[in-house]
Design a protein around this ligand. Structure first.
Ligand code: SF4
Length: 354
């Protein structure tokens, strides 16, 4: 198959390629495109995750992390506490990014975030702040009665560097009604991401797969990402997230009975590279979501980024995943897969070849 034709395939062609191609052939095709468009380097960032609050009113049936405000396990960390955690990780592990995770928390005002970001930047000016998703920006704009642009500009001025890219889940509105009925539409997600990019705040983007979606929905999502990226160049890393059903409402209600297969995971990552081609240069094998072994295999099938060391990650831990890692271990994984590991910053700039 000619490369030019790969970019010109129809949605139906991509679905066939995704489903019907022999797995090894699909991985090889994705690997060839990845080598031609991005070379042999596999990147990741040395970062810490801080879950500043687990309170969220969206109550998505896919989520094991969030709690209601009245729940005894509900918490919100004071900004000082968050900044202190980041500072400790900076001196102890040399992190250069904090990934801030939370939900749609009606008790928070914009001053809470501004204070948190300013404290982080004061105590650790070299640490990039990646946090909030377009869903949170949309929710807080309404809650605080401010325009999207005003919210983004104020948070940016306080120190927010990049949006985390979560909450996009899957583009199809019918599937969204099942898995995440109370969140903004995917269309709104893209609109907010575009406004943020115009304000100088870029984003990552995700797809959540392995729940009730069909292959056609995966392709629809990828084509939308490609179209958006061609227009905006706002996406830094595309991160396929495998749905882990344990402790979620979808599982309890029997709508999803278990995890998708490893083959499906590899196919999703490979087809992501093929459809996105050279538009989003970093496609992730997110080891926290799919496990280290599978992530290593995915590096040979289109992926060229491991996201990060993700010290402290909790969202996936609530679904039973318990792996942790170090810079050295991720480097070894990459080398064993036959690629060159490198530390990057939040924007994808190579900081150190490992
Ligand atoms: S997935 Fe995000 S928006 Fe949905 S309930 Fe969990 S934290 Fe809230």
């Amino acid at each position: 198959m000619q490369e030019a034709k790969i970019e010109d395939l129809t949605s139906e062609d991509y679905v066939r390629l995704f489903l019907e191609t022999d797995l090894q052939d699909l991985l090889s095709l994705a690997d060839r495109i990845r080598r031609e468009t991005c070379g042999r380097t596999v990147t990741f960032v040395n970062n810490i995750v801080v879950n500043y609050s687990n309170i969220c009113v969206a109550r998505c049936p896919i989520c094991a992390f969030s709690r209601r405000p009245e729940d005894p396990e509900a918490y919100t960390l004071p900004p000082e506490n968050v900044a202190e955690t980041v500072e400790k990780a900076y001196y102890r592990y040399g992190v250069c990014e904090v990934h801030l995770n939370g939900g749609l928390n009606p008790e928070l005002d914009i001053e809470y975030f501004e204070r948190m970001f300013k404290l982080i930047k004061t105590r650790t000016p070299n640490v990039r702040i990646k946090g909030l998703t377009c869903c949170e920006i949309g929710y807080y704009s309404r809650l605080w009665r401010m325009s999207t642009r005003e919210v983004i500009e104020r948070l940016r001025d306080a120190g927010l560097d990049v949006l985390s890219g979560g909450c996009l889940e899957i583009y199809n509105s019918e599937v969204r009604k099942i898995i995440t009925p109370n969140k903004i539409s995917a269309e709104e997600w893209f609109k907010i991401a575009e406004i943020a990019a115009k304000c100088g705040v870029l984003t990552n983007a995700t797809i959540l797969f392995g729940h009730v979606e069909r292959p056609v929905h995966v392709i629809e999502h990828l084509l939308k990402i490609r179209e958006f990226q061609e227009k905006t160049r706002a996406i830094l890393v595309f991160i396929p997230l495998k749905y882990n059903p344990m402790n979620t409402e979808l599982y309890r209600r029997g709508i999803v009975s278990g995890e998708c297969s490893s083959e499906y995971v590899l196919r999703v990552i490979a087809i992501s590279r093929i459809v996105l081609y050279d538009t989003v240069l970093r496609i992730a094998a997110y080891w926290v979501s799919i496990g280290k072994r599978l992530a290593q295999i995915a590096l040979t099938g289109g992926a060229n980024d491991l996201v990060g060391t993700m010290i402290n990650e909790r969202v996936f831990r609530e679904t039973g995943r318990t792996e942790i890692t170090t810079v050295e271990e991720l480097s070894k994984m990459v080398r064993e897969a036959g690629y060159q590991p490198a530390l990057r910053d939040t924007y994808g700039n190579i900081m150190r070849i490992l």
